[in-house]
Design a protein around this ligand. Sequence first.
Ligand SMILES: NC(=O)c1ccc[n+]([C@@H]2O[C@H](COP(=O)([O-])OP(=O)(O)OC[C@H]3O[C@@H](n4cnc5c(N)ncnc54)[C@H](O)[C@@H]3O)[C@@H](O)[C@H]2O)c1
Ligand SMILES: [Zn+2]
Ligand SMILES: [Zn+2]
Length: 403
Amino acid sequence: MAGNRGVIYKGPGKVAVEEIDFPELILRPGPGVPPINENRPCPHGVILKVVATNICGSDQHMVRGRTTAPAGLVLGHEITGEIVEVGRDVEYRKMGDLVSVPFNVACGRCRNCIERRTDVCLNVNDHPGGAYGYVDMGGWRGGQAEYVMVPYADWNTLKYTDKDQAMANILDLTMITDIFPTGYHGCVEARVGTGSTVYIAGGGPVGLAAATAAFFLGSSVVIVGDPNEPRREHARSFGCETVDPLEGSLPEQIEQILGVPEVDAAVDCVGFEAKGHKDGTEQPAAVLNQAMEVTRAAGGIGIPGLYVTEDPGAKDEAARHGSVSLRFGIGWAKSLTFATGQTPTMQYNRGLREAILNGRVPIAKNVNATVIPLDEAPRGYEEFDRGVPKKFVLDPHGMLPKG
Ligand SMILES: NC(=O)c1ccc[n+]([C@@H]2O[C@H](COP(=O)([O-])OP(=O)(O)OC[C@H]3O[C@@H](n4cnc5c(N)ncnc54)[C@H](O)[C@@H]3O)[C@@H](O)[C@H]2O)c1
Ligand SMILES: [Zn+2]
Ligand SMILES: [Zn+2]
């Protein structure tokens, strides 16, 4: 049997690449596996040789010690791979198939899956929603590894019929496992459409993916806000306007760009670790309040940015239990709509795959996809945490183009 290596969360501020068990078609007990999933048989699963797997801002919340993630968790939920073992109950996937894996783990059988709400599948965890390598998401082993098991594989994998064509576009395609559908979903939920003016809070990979999606959906002006200047500079490289939301009044900065102090739609691509002041002090509701302030009456706010129920690293007692100081009255008075939650990736990955394969959208360039070997994952986490304008793609088997 082949060995396996993966990226392990060791405790606040620390990840390491270590030997781990080769996956089996069963979910063995381990860090983060809830009792109902212990020794859960997965004859409906496949084992993948991981071709590409990305580091995400969502992983950083755990690695910064801002969640209840247990040490020992194998990280990674953005997975593309080649099938090396097929479970007994898998009908439509074969050895050697190259597949993209939505980051949500979903059963394909429950009420929510039937309604395409794979973000809140009812059967893969002890509460709604599952994901690979993530705290409270069912204990499914992460894919920042050489090999990983994907359950309900007929449902949870999107196949590339032309492998050579897919490998030629792999740095774009690796983004349909999470951030491109996530940015797109944030815009759809904010009702971005032809001619929309859009404020994207956050110029990290999700914000840049949302900005790309906003243009793709027909926006007239996309304004990316981030206190991080190198990230703003990267956003400008593909046509975004930029602002520093902590440098003076945000409505006034928007007015200088648009002639009015408001936008049609806003997307929160920051989440609960939002900075509220120039000195870097956090204010968990800063982005939600800024978004309500600058979105026009009757507009929409998409909220892919993550908010937690428990934050052991929070400054005050309320925030430690997920309560944030929201000026909800502003949103109510303006009849705004809000949409939150994990992305139902499967609603978008097929369409975005086609857009990429037909040369319609340079997502890898826009998020600055940067390939590093699996062994260098700790450096990737550290540089990403410092805010470099890069989306790190891990290359466990040396199969990716360098660059
Ligand atoms: N809903 C989903 O399914 C889903 C999927 C993927 C990621 N996410 C979440 O999306 C968020 C962004 O992910 P990422 O990978 O881009 O993370 P990231 O940490 O790289 O980016 C966040 C950016 O927000 C900026 N920022 C901080 N305070 C700000 C403020 N007040 N206004 C504007 N910008 C501010 C930071 O400088 C940083 O550049 C995370 O919370 C992540 O967990 C959600
Ligand atoms: Zn992710
Ligand atoms: Zn389900």
